[in-house]
Ligand binder design. Structure first.
Ligand SMILES: [Cu+2]
Length: 478
């Protein structure tokens, strides 16, 4: 108590100092806001509800979607590192929902996982999320209840946390990459959780959108420098984007800065993952440059064209881009404990049995319950929250993922950020800080993190049908 009082007094003194002569007046109506001290509050309301949206292109009629504030994608939330975000979420759906803030390191109670960190938001009810944005970068938000259906019907949006001193660019663009399974009249195929999708690559759609609509041409101007933030909000589709005729520089992955580099391959993004690029527009005025998704070798397609319009502008001198790192604690590898996570199941996976609750079920029996996947032999759907691992607060843990399946699994950890150490035993070249790591078929990936955030945190595959089909669990930090 005494300590708290002293701190309060010290803060008051400092605030008065900062506020200068206005402080005496403001002191009569004490509130942190009045002093301009403490974090700035960014407030908004999000209502999840059915809506209609033009997503498939001009020649198609509107699609019935579920949307935040009537829009797909949802409103772009922008704040500055250090701000406090307060979002009141209202549920206008006929089923429970929640909002998870993907990649944000926040208190466990704000993490948005029903029956684990909060009660679900019932139809007609509201819930207030409020937390400080300690990291800058590109994040996103989405429900964490029946995610495969709720995200797949359109509930997702970007959360951009700007650096206090952002790098100099001419434009800051966000591409929310979505994937929809539509019928011939542009309506969403309602068959969510189909066992074929669950047990194979997930629900891959047939309509890829950028910011909620099929994109044809995106205008750029020769000479400009664009910061391009890519967010993969698809249920299952993995992108590998080739910016033909351009050399984008990767400056951040999953919100966290990397030493800037020119990738020698298309930019790969599994579900949930993000990349921040700097793109210098070097094309000729009037030219078109397709951006091609090359992930599936025989199913490459043109996502959109960069179209050069207008007069060239003089690029001027280009300072090298470098972003200040976020305050993420560095794992202490020498003292770390190593924990293996065997990812099993799926078609052609030879999973014998898995534990489902108290029972051991064969793959055939699992599939009768909508399950096809397991972590360390345990299958848990959204209702299952048994801890896979308990960590002591402050310890460094190495998570060693071993993918025993023939499918890709973007593994996402809540509440923390991990450093990639190795792939198939080979030290990682860039040692990125990520919240979601793509573990390829039969691949092994080691990551490490400091368990500095107390609470129960989901670890799950972000192919949302895999998550629904059992590939999830909880890491408890206490
Ligand atoms: Cu998966």
């Amino acid at each position: 108590m005494i300590q708290a009082r002293i701190e309060q007094k010290t803060n008051l003194t400092r605030r008065q100092f900062l506020a200068g002569s206005g402080a005496a007046l403001a002191a009569a109506h004490w509130s942190p806001k009045a002093f301009g001290a403490g974090p700035k509050l960014v407030e908004l309301r999000l209502k999840a509800a059915p809506a209609r949206a033009k997503i498939a292109g001009a020649e198609y009629r509107e699609t019935e979607v579920w949307a935040y504030n009537g829009r797909v994608t949802g409103p772009e939330i922008r704040a500055v590192q250090g701000d406090r975000l307060r979002v009141v979420v209202e549920n206008g759906l006929s089923q429970d929902t929640s909002v998870h803030w993907h990649g944000v390191r926040l208190p466990n109670l704000m993490d948005g996982v029903p029956h684990l960190t909060q009660e679900p938001i019932r139809p007609g009810a509201s819930y207030a999320y409020e937390f400080d944005l300690q990291d800058a970068g590109t994040f996103w938000y989405h429900p964490h209840w029946r995610s495969h259906e709720q995200v797949g019907r359109g509930l997702h949006g970007a959360l951009i946390v700007e650096e206090r001193e952002p790098p100099a660019v001419d434009r800051d663009l966000v591409w929310v990459l979505g994937d929809w399974r539509l019928d011939a009249s542009a309506q969403i195929d309602p068959n969510f959780g189909h066992m074929f999708d669950v047990s194979h690559a997930g629900r891959i759609g047939n309509t890829v959108t950028v910011n909620g609509a099929v994109a044809e041409r995106i205008p750029v101007r020769r000479g400009e420098r664009v910061r391009l933030r890519l967010i993969n909000v698809a249920n299952a589709r993995i992108f590998a984007l080739d910016f033909t005729g351009h050399r984008p520089i990767v400056i951040a992955r999953d919100a966290h800065p990397v030493d800037p580099y020119f990738p020698d391959e298309p930019i790969r993004l599994g579900p949930g993952m993000r990349a921040d690029l700097v793109l210098d527009a070097t094309g000729e005025p009037g030219s078109l440059h397709p951006v091609i998704d090359r992930f599936a070798p025989r199913q490459e397609y043109r996502l959109l064209d960069l179209q050069y319009v207008g007069e060239a502008r003089s690029p001027g001198a280009r300072a090298p881009i470098s972003l200040a790192g976020n305050p993420v604690p560095e794992p202490d590898i020498a003292r770390a404990n190593r924990h293996e996570f065997a990812l099993g199941g799926g078609m052609m996976g030879n999973l014998g049995t898995a534990r489902v609750g108290e029972r051991a079920l064969s793959m055939r029996e699992m599939m009768q319950h909508g399950l096809a996947w397991a972590i360390n032999g345990i299958a848990q759907d959204e209702h299952g929250h048994a801890p896979l691992l308990t960590l002591k607060l402050g310890e460094t843990a190495i998570l060693a993922f071993r993918n025993d399946t023939v499918w890709n699994h973007p593994m996402h950890l809540h509440g923390h950020v991990f450093r990639v150490l190795s792939r198939n035993g080979v030290p990682a070249a860039r040692r990125e800080l990520l919240d979601t790591v793509l573990v390829g078929p039969r691949e092994s990936v080691e990551v490490a993190f400091v368990a500095d955030n107390p609470g129960n945190w989901m670890l799950h595959c972000h192919v949302l049908e895999h998550q629904a089909g059992g590939m999830g669990g909880v890491i408890r930090v206490a």
